[in-house]
Design a protein around this ligand. Sequence first.
Ligand SMILES: [Zn+2]
Length: 366
Amino acid sequence: MAHRLERDVQIEVTERGSTRPQALADLLRRLVALPPPILSLYMSLRWSDEQQRDRVWLTLRDRLRSLDDERPLRFVEERVKQGVDVGWGGAALFLGGGTELSVRSPADLPTLVALDGPALVRPLVAAAHGHERALVALVASDEVRVFELAMGRLTAAASHVGDVPKRHERGGWSQLKMQHHRQWHVDTLHREAATSITRMFDANGPVRVLLGGVHEAVANLEEELPKRVFDCVLRLESLAKDDPAHEVVAAAERAVLDADRGEDRAALARVKTLAASGGRGAFGFVQVLDAFNQGRPMRLFVPEKSDRVLALCGDCGFLSVQIGGPCSVCGGACLRLDAAEALVRAAVSLGARIDLADEVAAELRF
Ligand SMILES: [Zn+2]
């Protein structure tokens, strides 16, 4: 499961004066298709103090002030000095060939500039990693609060409050009847909450469901979930019903990231075995490159950074380790690209899933 970023993550895109949320997958395809040269400007907006903010400003100003086009410098200045996009994690601008497109993300982005070449997409992919969409429910016996988590932001989605009598209220009831009566109210509340969690789960494709709160209450709610939802549950017992949002986000993202790492490691091991036996797997730069040139990958494992450079043909998209000279397939002009960026672009073009890993590998369609 866990079909993270590409499909799930929404990001705000501004173009020709209008701003709208867009699926990251669509934005990535759009950026990859822009003909170079494109100026790519990324900036972190998550500065913890004045010094950090000054550092972002000075780094970018020095790179941008010699340009003929003053739009990039203005973009940075508005954000550093005039309070545009306050509260967001990062912003980016892509400029060239009549395109002017800006993006803002709740997750942090690195600060960097590439003055020409194709639009850089890897920082967007990396930023979304570990910020996948999930449902979070904080569960008690008398209340369940459900949130949606995306790109580091928690949005209240539903709140269920039960009419649960306190344990010490007796009235004229016998102790046993009272317990049954109370449990009936708790079960009703948890069934309602399970129904609303399931509805959200089904509406937007499989996501992880994180359940926090008292053990007894969490176990009770779990029993009301259908198997397809139950299979995606992660328990977050460190959390309590009334924990502040930032603690919930931090704990939830940590749990999701840990679970992902485990899954990715297992998937990567499978792909390596397949590659070694000549099956539908490719391992290492050369094999993965070959596989992309044949349009075979359905899932790419790629490191966040690489120290290698690849040549990408601007006409036919052929990837090669041979730097310099025209494309060996069509004779078109080649661009030099960071290897990880080149593989991410190739994966976006093919619609392959992208996972960050320590090694380069690909699971193949055929
Ligand atoms: Zn070519």
